[in-house]
Design a protein around this ligand. Structure first.
Ligand code: UT7
Length: 335
């Protein structure tokens, strides 16, 4: 068997819930305002699912769109990888639930719990399987429902205003010509800062795991973040990760035709862009409309940027992410 030289993205899809929540809507329930949110993060609005819709239905819609674009039936998939921190239920993972919804029993399925870099880590796993012949077609999905996991109270306003719900997916497979596809990836983690951005419960260090008697007064079940610390690391680490994949492949930042960064804060991306000398003409952002959808940001942004015709065959595309863990990374793809 001849193993493929490269893995390529054959199709991409996205699903954003219909319900738009503006900054003014949030100002109605918390001590915040549009000016602050827009100035500090670039966000104008985000989308929330309606009651009790989890992240798997969003994942399914994004996945079906990616399959259609790839021209592949769900039955042709060898593996499903779901990146999420907001799985539908505590266990099993979203991948089992999604595999069932796609009607592909027996297909290998697992979850990657790696927050904002979950999509890049999942893509790296898919790439390894494809290039070593362990799988031919892999579905990689990032999907999140944050609206049920954030606290609508003043003490959490610096976190809550940032997040939105959504899903993005790609189908990957062997590169037909060996040239197009993933050229290089760089993934990193630094657990020393795990508690700078985290949700502590429920978890196995607590007994009982779900301390329901302390909800909602206790901050325990809500995300906590040391914003400025995370911000500084995001700028430095994403820039480093991009420089690393450029160095690995002998490219310069000027060679990048389209930069698709994780969507945590527009100011973070502008600073990374400044450091790499990549302006708005070679970068895409959608945080203004979507907020931060964690594992879903990059595949949603990729789907939208492809639909807008901003990526052409032969382009050098760079993906980069940073988030809780801390975990981060970058990927370079020849489109
Ligand atoms: O995807 C995962 C990775 N996440 C990130 O990369 C996020 C990184 N961090 C950030 O994006 C920024 O740190 C934030 C957007 C979260 C905050 O921006 P900041 O410029 O770092 O503001 P700050 O937290 O230092 O807060 C400045 C002021 C404070 O008031 P005082 O102490 O100066 O009186 C906050 O209490 O803004 C206040 N504040 C708010 N005011 C209105 C905090 N949140 C809000 C809010 N509305 N939502």
């Amino acid at each position: 068997m001849t193993l493929p030289r490269r893995t390529t993205i054959l199709g991409a899809g996205a699903c954003l819930p219909d319900r738009v929540v503006t900054n003014d809507d949030l100002a109605g329930v918390m001590d915040t305002n549009h000016e602050w949110i827009e100035k500090r993060s670039g966000i104008h609005e985000r989308r929330y699912v309606d009651n009790h819709e989890g992240s798997v239905p969003l994942a399914e819609k994004a996945a079906r769109q990616a399959l259609e674009q790839a021209g592949i039936e769900a039955g042709d998939l060898d593996m499903v990888i779901c990146a999420t921190l907001s799985q539908d239920v505590d266990f099993p993972g979203n991948s089992s639930l999604l595999q069932e919804r796609l009607g592909i029993p027996g297909t290998m399925a697992f979850d990657v719990h790696n927050q904002c870099s979950g999509f890049l880590y999942s893509l790296a796993l898919a790439d390894s399987y494809v290039r070593t012949g362990g799988a031919r077609h892999v579905l990689v999905v990032g999907s999140e429902v944050h609206s049920s996991g954030i606290e609508f109270a003043d003490r959490s306003r610096h976190v809550t205003v940032l997040f939105g719900d959504g899903a993005g997916a790609v189908v990957v497979g062997p590169s037909p010509d060996g040239e197009r596809g993933i050229v290089a990836m760089n993934l990193c983690a630094q657990g020393a800062y795990a508690e700078k951005l985290c949700t502590l419960g429920p978890g196995s260090r607590w007994k009982p795991r779900v301390r329901s008697e302390q909800v909602p007064e206790d901050i325990f079940i809500w995300p906590q973040m040391e914003g400025k610390f995370v911000f500084r690391h995001a700028v430095t680490r994403m820039t480093e990760a991009v420089n690393e994949v450029l160095e690995q492949t002998g490219h310069q930042a000027d060679d990048i035709d389209m930069f698709l960064p994780h969507q945590a804060n527009l100011r973070i991306n502008q600073l990374v862009g400044m450091g790499l000398n990549i302006g708005e003409d070679r970068m895409a952002n959608n945080i203004e409309r979507c907020g931060n959808t964690t594992a879903a940001t990059i595949p949603i942004l990729l789907t939208e940027t492809l639909a807008a015709g901003r990526i052409k065959t032969g382009d050098l595309v760079c993906l980069a992410a940073f988030g809780a863990g801390f975990t981060w990374g970058a990927a370079l793809l020849r489109w």
